[in-house]
Write a protein that binds this ligand. Structure first.
Ligand code: FAD
Length: 462
């Protein structure tokens, strides 16, 4: 950034944020230059606003100086969407982390964007309420980041994803103005649904500064079953059996053999010999209904030929299993490969077997290790390619990823179930969206952000 522009920016930001709200030393700003994708590029400055007014003034200043602004929550994005590729200012919302109101009559929570998802869940549970979206990163990711990425999670199969719970937003636009979208009421159909437009827009259309979330009553009981199968297809059959028997699990998670091997020593029970796949099924409701659903679910798993079915003995054991499940992705990083590329395709349930068979073929053809796990109940598979850079030609990597994306779309699925496009999937977006659709999306971006300052270089190829 030109020296005179940087000094005008620095001076202006210091005035708005005070010294405690602005990071400018290289050692500090580098920490905001990467996310969980492994990609990085340091910003020039980091703004840490504490209220909406500060966000408005920061964004307004950046707009007038035509400086890039990359909104940031916890930086847990797996796609590079939080990486400030064009430098400029990272606008980190982590200090705006108040739960403003929990309303047990309207069944809503009004929160600032920096609230950590897991904290909100615990708080609403104290009121007998439930906020279902549960990305595996819930211990550290933020509601603002969840809204901006349209985050999903294990409970999506029964309860849906973040977008299904966002009733309204306060958003700071590129020119620093503040708008409110959505309604406070249970219903509302006035004009275009801008709330939905902001959800999943990855910080490219506006900065989310307040969120009104829908809550539901907390289910009184939860039941969990873990099952092992000698074949991946049998595990898929087991999940199909659940749906055919009208058991709607709140979670149906899957680990293939390689992912299971990576975490099996941390599971609170023995993995049977010959296990090629692991399924975790959870149901909820009132107590009698949970007992009934668990019985039905066990029959479905048995009918598919489960090697063994385990019911956690208590809440502690259940929590341990979930900790293991949520830790699969970080555990893969510890396996000694120097590169992990993680894809997040979603296919119709009927196409899961074909997708898994296709991945096995790719593994053989290209000699790359593919670890597959995820939310099998909704067809959302996290496909992780692990390799050492010296062993895989970058052209082959691109080819493999493109083949996975093409296959997902060919099967009636999507190239991203929950992580979004960011940087890493930008070159594949046209597999799914036609030129016409991409043209409309670019026009929308221009309307909201004519100077292109908000999270530039993301989602669309230039
Ligand atoms: C171990 C692990 C497990 C994960 N599991 C899941 C999972 O199960 N489901 C899932 O969906 N994702 C998962 N993720 C991905 C990630 O946690 C989610 O995408 C999450 O929503 C990102 O939240 P964040 O606060 O970290 O946002 P960041 O990573 O900081 O930002 C993500 C995007 O949101 C934008 N953004 C952030 N805050 C705002 C704001 N206030 N206004 C406008 N734009 C904003 C950023 O510019 C960026 O484009 C996982 C990640 C990890 C590391």
């Amino acid at each position: 950034m030109a020296f005179f522009r940087k000094s005008a920016l620095e001076k202006g930001l210091e005035e708005i944020l005070g010294p405690e709200g602005l990071l400018k030393e290289q050692a500090d700003v580098v920490c905001y230059g990467f996310d969980s994708s492994g990609l990085e590029n340091p910003p020039d400055l980091v703004a840490l606003p504490k209220d909406i007014e500060q966000v408005r003034r920061v964004v307004g200043l950046c707009n007038s100086l035509e400086v890039a602004v990359t909104p940031r929550g916890a930086g847990s994005s797996t796609t590079g969407s939080a990486v400030p590729v064009c430098g400029g200012v990272v606008l980190c919302l982590s200090r705006m982390n108040r739960i403003i109101q929990i309303d047990p009559v309207e069944l809503t929570a009004r929160v600032e964007p920096g609230v950590v998802t897991g904290h909100l869940q615990k708080r609403v549970e104290r009121h007998g309420l439930f906020y279902p979206p549960d990305p595996a990163s819930l211990a550290f990711c933020t509601i603002g980041g969840n809204v901006a990425t349209g985050a999903g999670g294990a409970r999506a199969v029964k309860y849906g994803v973040t977008k299904d719970y966002v009733k309204g937003l306060k958003v700071v636009l590129a020119d620093g103005s503040l708008i409110e979208t959505g309604v406070q009421t249970a219903k509302g159909v006035v004009g275009y649904d801008l709330t939905r437009l902001f959800v999943g827009s990855e910080g490219t259309l506006g900065v989310v500064v307040e969120v009104v979330l829908r809550l539901i009553p907390r289910p009184r009981a939860v039941g969990t079953l873990a099952a092992f199968f000698s074949d991946m297809d049998l595990a898929v059959d087991a999940v199909s059996n659940l749906f055919e028997s009208a058991v709607l699990p709140r979670c149906a998670e899957f680990l293939d053999k390689k992912s299971l091997d990576a975490v099996s020593s941390t599971l609170p029970f023995q993995v049977p010999t010959g296990s090629e796949a692991f399924i975790l099924v959870e149901v909820d409701g009132d107590k009698p209904s949970v007992v009934h659903q668990l019985k039905e679910a066990a029959v479905c798993l048995e009918r598919a030929g489960a090697l063994s079915i385990v019911e956690p003995a208590n809440r502690d054991e259940r929590n341990k299993i979930w900790k293991v499940r949520r830790g699969v992705s970080p555990a893969l990083r510890g396996l000694g490969y120097d590169t992990k590329v993680s894809e997040d395709v979603c296919v119709p349930r009927r196409a899961i077997k074909e997708m898994l068979a296709f991945l096995l073929r790719l593994e053989k053809d290209f000699g790359v290790d593919i670890f597959c796990f995820g939310h099998i109940g909704d067809g959302n598979l996290h496909v992780n390619l692990l390799f050492n850079k010296s062993d895989l030609d970058p052209k082959d990597l691109q080819k493999i990823v493109a083949m996975i994306m093409n296959k997902a779309v060919e099967l009636g699925g999507t190239i991203s179930g929950e992580h979004g496009i960011g940087l890493t999937k930008m070159q594949y977006i046209d597999i799914e969206h036609s030129e016409k659709v991409l043209g409309l999306e670019r026009e929308i971006k221009r309307v909201f952000d004519p100077k292109g300052i908000l999270n530039p270089g993301k989602i669309f190829k230039e």
